[in-house]
Design a protein around this ligand. Structure first.
Ligand code: KIV
Length: 292
């Protein structure tokens, strides 16, 4: 049970983080922390820990729903998890990830879907993948008053086009294209960009040329902030761990150990013990025995 009640949270001195707060942090050269979350207890814990922003990433398709990639994630999946996160986090800037095919078909559909993240799911902003080919959509969504975070480099929704989950921008030509895309997305109105799996010095160059905050994942130290998939950081996702992840815990191993212990406690009649059982007064018990 949490020791901080929602009332404590709402009346504390902490201020809600906005897109403006992130820009101010970049302008002051203060690193920005971002984590992914998909449920209420995780969002609550990271909000209490003081993370700047929570991304409800479509990575949930892989680390929570067990798909091989993010392509099967739907708008309904995203909204369901965004709502849970919004109930747990009161301060962090909340960003909902637009799933595959929710913004690629038409600009009108993209704006409508983006709006659902704010109107129905309590998000403050949305994220979408892609560069120059997304400018119309970015302009239309920001034009509707919805803050947009771009996502360049390794864009998992294009895994089939990229030929796998592989680093991007490793040739001069590819790096130049990424820099140009970043400039175009900034011009189109993005408040921030995620740069995934690109050379550290390229990410540093882009962060210095672009005025909006650049959040790196597998993009080195010289971005304006960092994001990690929480299930990777906690060691909860056992299928693989990308090279750029720092594991801060081994929850999958801890979980397996706890489950094994529980099963053997049940089998050996060690659980529930007296302290886990509910008693009734002796006189009531005696009265019951006379009745049966
Ligand atoms: O879906 C996600 O979690 C993401 C992050 C890896 C940035 O897009």
């Amino acid at each position: 049970m949490s020791t901080i009640s929602p009332v404590t949270i709402l009346t504390s001195d902490r201020k809600k983080i906005t897109t403006r707060t992130l820009q101010q942090k970049k302008d002051r050269c203060e690193p920005i922390s971002v984590l992914t979350a998909y449920d209420y207890p995780t969002a609550l814990a990271m909000d209490q820990a003081g993370v700047d922003s929570i991304l409800v990433g479509d990575s949930l398709g892989m680390v929570v729903l067990g798909y091989p990639n993010t392509l099967s994630v739907t708008m309904e999946d995203m909204l369901h998890h965004c709502k849970a996160v919004a109930r747990g986090a009161h301060f962090a800037l909340l960003i909902g990830d637009m799933p595959f095919m929710s913004y690629q078909v038409s600009v009108q559909e993209a704006v409508r879907n983006a709006g659902r993240f704010l109107q129905e799911a309590g998000m403050d902003a949305i994220k979408l993948e892609g560069g120059r080919e997304r400018l119309d959509v970015v302009r239309a969504i920001t034009g509707a008053g919805i803050p947009v975070q771009g996502h360049l480099g390794l864009t998992p929704q294009s895994v089939n086009q990229l030929g796998g989950f592989r680093p991007q921008g490793r040739t001069a030509q590819a790096a130049l294209r990424l820099l140009e895309d970043a400039e175009l997305l900034e011009e189109a109105g993005c408040f921030s960009l995620v740069l995934e799996s690109v050379p550290a010095r390229l990410a540093g160059l882009i962060s210095s040329r672009i005025h909006i905050p650049i959040i790196g994942i597998g993009a080195g130290l010289h971005c304006d902030g960092q994001v990690l998939v929480t299930h990777d950081l906690l060691g909860l996702f056992d299928r693989f761990t990308p090279k750029f992840v720092k594991k801060y815990a081994s929850f999958h191993a801890d979980m397996s150990r706890a489950f094994r212990e529980y099963i053997s406690d049940v089998e050996e009649l060690k659980f529930p013990a007296a302290e886990h059982s509910i008693e009734m007064p002796d006189e009531e018990w005696e009265a019951l025995l006379k009745m049966v």
